[in-house]
Design a protein around this ligand. Structure first.
Ligand code: GDP
Ligand code: IMO
Ligand code: MG
Length: 430
């Protein structure tokens, strides 16, 4: 059995969590390969709304093991809070159910302080980060001075490393950003406690996943963020500091190419973005309000991690084709189709205009996204409420036409359409 990879095809928040929850039932393990608690993955099961930032969404299925791979950056404080959140909803997370790579990096309060100070200094040029310390933690990793999960195995060594890290960060905070320093001893004491609690979870996750695959078990890779936030292939500099695209899964889990089965791209039926950066199909006014919702419903477009209202717009097929290419997508999952009911006419972006020409592909990758005007195709839309639909044949013809256009333009089949946040609110292609 292969490693199937689930990846965000847009700017994150596509509904990866709910798709992972669907497919995790048949997986022995679900593995996160990158990012940290900048992610917010929602899974709705009856009255319970699980909000997962670090632990793979597969954990909700009692027989599925969660794996946190070497490519992640992990804030132990968030992780322990998340274990408590899960326990409150009846999901216990003992060490048999969660394995953490010793090579994953740690996020500390010093990283968070740096993230905030840097955003403040950027002023109008800010990235709009989640302020979770993600960028600074990956900077320390690349600079080869990061703290790793494996450092928690040796108590004395950990205390020395944490203190040195906080002192180094303090010098940056005061010299470059005029920000308050942190108490190195206090942070070291916190980390000693985190280490005590998390040590039993540390395991060689690469060996574990290899063995599962060799035994014919299915493993699911759970992407965080989305293609357009990828450090190399996203809308730089308005990106995150890791590799949300599918090849990142191999790097971030310690697996080889031969392991890969399906690569499933999750896309909303429209487009959203949190944070700054170009967004050619962005809408304001009434259309935006319809797409975003007002915040009364849990699924309305307000960030899971930060509560910020998400920017919204029409689905952009130029960007979706790009996501198909850089991820090698083999299938699409289309989420939030229910939200488009009653939006008439509907629009979908099929190309860009810029420099006196029409572009189906971006001429220079994602550079200069701000300089392109979207070319829209108008569709008649539909009025029917889709939330109760469970069979493909019961989708209104206009909704099937919309899906057909997406498939034709993206060159990849849509395997699932979701019509509500609940586990069962999903239409699978026969
Ligand atoms: P992720 O980060 O990709 O896992 O996505 P998020 O959980 O951050 O955001 C997706 C939001 O949409 C969550 O509130 C989900 O419960 C909700 N959602 C997912 N699929 C659907 C759907 O088909 N319809 C509706 N109305 N909401 C959905
Ligand atoms: P999930 O996994 C949406 C965005 C931030 C910001 C940029 C950089 O829930 O889809 P960072 O804190 O990573 O340095 O911020 O990336 N971002 C996300 N947007 N969903 C996410 O995760 C995101 N993770 C980061 O808003 O624009
Ligand atoms: Mg999210």
């Amino acid at each position: 059995m292969p490693l199937d990879i689930i990846v965000g095809a847009q700017w994150g928040d596509e509904g990866k969590g709910r798709m992972v929850d669907l497919l995790a039932e048949q997986a022995a393990a679900v593995a996160r390969w990158g990012g940290g608690d900048n992610a917010g993955h929602t899974v709705t099961v009856g009255d319970n709304i699980f909000k997962l930032h670090l632990i793979p969404s597969g954990i909700i299925h009692p027989l599925t093991v969660g794996v946190m791979g070497n490519g992640m950056v992990i804030n132990p404080e968030t992780l322990l809070a998340e274990m408590a959140h899960l326990e409150g909803l009846g999901v216990r997370v003992p060490p048999e159910r969660l394995r953490i790579s010793p090579s994953a990096h740690l996020i500390t309060p010093a990283h968070r302080a740096l993230d905030a100070a840097q955003e403040q200094q950027r002023g109008g040029g800010k990235i709009g980060t989640t302020l979770r310390g993600i960028g600074p933690a990956y900077v320390d990793k690349a600079a080869r001075r990061g703290l790793r999960v494996g450092d928690m195995l040796d108590e004395e060594d950990l205390a020395d490393k944490v203190k040195a890290h906080v002192e180094n960060t303090n010098r940056q905070l005061s010299a470059l950003y005029n920000a308050e320093p942190l108490d190195a001893h206090e942070v070291a004491a916190q980390f000693a406690e985190y280490a005590r609690r998390l040590r039993p979870y540390i395991a060689d996750t690469s060996v574990y996943l290899h063995q599962l695959l060799a035994d014919g078990k299915r493993v699911l890779g759970e992407g965080a963020q989305g293609t357009l936030l990828d450090l190399d292939h996203g809308t730089y500099p308005y990106v995150t500091s890791s590799h949300p695209i599918a090849p990142g899964a191999l790097l971030g889990l310690g697996l080889g190419f031969a392991a890969v089965g399906e690569v499933i791209g999750v896309t909303k039926a429209f487009q959203t973005r949190v944070g700054e950066g170009g967004f050619p199909t962005e809408q304001e006014g009434e259309t935006a309000e319809r797409l975003r919702g007002t915040g009364e419903n849990p699924w309305d477009e307000f960030g899971t991690t930060t509560g910020r209202p998400r920017r919204v717009g029409w689905l952009d097929l130029v960007l979706l084709r790009y996501a198909v290419r850089v991820n090698g997508l083999t299938k699409l999952a289309l989420t939030k189709l229910d939200i488009l009911s009653g939006l008439k006419p509907m629009k979908i972006c099929v190309a860009y205009e810029g420099g006196g020409r029409t572009h189906r592909e971006l001429p220079l990758g994602l550079r200069g996204l701000e300089d392109f005007m979207p070319v829209y195709q108008e569709l008649r839309g539909w009025d029917e409420d889709l939330r109760g639909v469970r069979e493909w044949a019961d989708l209104p013809q206009a909704a099937r036409d919309y899906i057909h256009l997406i498939e034709e333009q993206a060159g990849v089949a849509v395997g699932w359409a979701s019509v509500g946040p609940e586990r069962g609110q999903l239409v699978a292609r026969g």
